[in-house]
Design a protein around this ligand. Structure first.
Ligand SMILES: NC(=O)c1ccc[n+]([C@@H]2O[C@H](COP(=O)([O-])OP(=O)(O)OC[C@H]3O[C@@H](n4cnc5c(N)ncnc54)[C@H](OP(=O)(O)O)[C@@H]3O)[C@@H](O)[C@H]2O)c1
Length: 333
């Protein structure tokens, strides 16, 4: 049995869902994986840097000693595993990138749900992780917890990826389906917000930026191509009016905001995000509501699709938990 000291950097929707899931799964972790855990640090912008050399209770954060900034926090909490779930900074990935580097350098397995550090600093973070013999894992970043990165790391060795496409954004799915049912764009946004999938300002989702970040993260890790958001052709769903959306549905070829990346003959990658009509034989025809999916074209398997049906916050938290379990197993190899 090994007892792991855990730290939460960022403690919003995802961080809190992970804390709940760890409690719910603690018996299974003990009995099946010989993992025990305690939390020694938690931090958010408003809460500040809370840490102790001992186990803390994240339900009572006011009781936890406050530290003077990230480095003192890390040195006090001394995590074996750090979970980074701070907000996305799509322009630079900072300050999360610096936090992740320091976490790996301190000797912690480092797990993130944040896409931007993968887009802007994957190679560097991966090098630091290898140099320190600790895992850097990020399965929750793209399809909440459905296997994308681990699929290629674990299950499909030696395969060559020729391209991928995906429905990566549930907000746009919900808005388009709401418009198909005769509602306005604004009503669709409201519905996505009520379902808890859209933020107060849904611009990132609606204009395609969320999907672009996911394309770039997958291209970086799986295609080994440093694609930047500015390299991806982008068209959001704002230009679609309800009549066009309804006519497409009536014709049996509804619109979805589709992400695509193709490896060209010279090895370069072309990528786009734009609304496309989906026919009945398409791998994404069953992807409705908040469901997400990715389809790979591989040299040895013509088409491989992973669909995550109606993922929720617990699904995202599970992506981080699975990374935690895998990190402890990779260390044992
Ligand atoms: N929600 C999902 O379903 C989902 C799915 C996959 C991936 N993700 C990714 O997971 C991450 C977290 O998402 P979420 O929904 O949990 O967001 P959230 O509820 O807004 O929580 C973000 C947390 O990060 C903290 N934070 C932000 N910037 C910080 C900084 N510079 N230093 C310290 N703490 C900071 C926030 O603190 P304050 O509240 O005090 O500002 C808050 O506790 C994001 O990167 C998101 O893209 C989310």
């Amino acid at each position: 049995m090994k007892r792991y000291r855990l730290c939460f950097l960022g403690f919003g929707n995802v961080g809190r869902a992970l804390a709940r899931l760890l409690v719910a799964k603690s018996q299974e972790l003990r009995e099946r994986y010989e993992i025990e855990w305690e939390i020694t640090g938690v931090a958010t912008r408003r809460m500040g840097w809370r840490a102790s050399g001992e186990a803390i209770d994240v339900a009572n954060t006011d009781q936890i000693p406050s530290k003077n900034g990230f480095h003192e926090w890390l040195a006090t909490a001394r995590p074996d595993v750090l979970f980074e779930t701070t907000s996305l900074n799509p322009e630079t990935g900072q300050p999360a990138i610096d936090y992740l580097k320091a976490s790996l350098q301190s000797g912690a397995h480092t797990i993130t749900a944040n896409k931007a550090p993968i887009v802007y600093a994957y190679d560097e973070l991966n090098e630091i992780s290898k140099a320190n013999g600790k895992s850097f894992l990020f399965e929750a970043t793209v399809l909440d917890s459905a296997p994308v990165f681990s699929l290629f790391r674990e299950t499909l060795p030696g395969v060559k990826v020729r391209g991928f496409s995906g429905v990566f954004n549930s907000t746009t799915n919900v808005i388009l389906e709401s418009m198909e049912a005769g509602r306005t764009f604004a009503e669709g946004v409201k519905m996505a917000q009520e379902l808890g999938v859209a933020e107060t300002d849904p611009t990132h989702d609606v204009e395609g930026w969320d999907s672009i970040m996911k394309i770039c993260a997958i291209a970086r890790v799986i295609l080994r191509t440093p694609l930047l958001p500015s390299d991806v052709r982008r068209e959001g769903i704002r230009g679609l009016d309800p009549d066009t959306v309804q006519a497409a549905r009536a014709e049996g070829r509804p619109f979805k905001l589709l992400s695509r990346a193709t490896v060209n003959m010279d090895g370069s990658v072309s990528a786009s995000v734009r609304p496309e009509q989906i026919g009945t034989g398409d791998p994404f025809s069953s992807v409705r509501g908040t469901s997400l999916a990715i389809h790979f074209e591989l040299d040895t398997i013509p088409g491989l699709t992973v669909v995550s049906h109606r993922p929720n916050l617990q699904s995202t938290a599970y992506g981080l938990l699975a990374d935690f379990i895998n990190a402890t197993r990779y260390q044992e190899r």
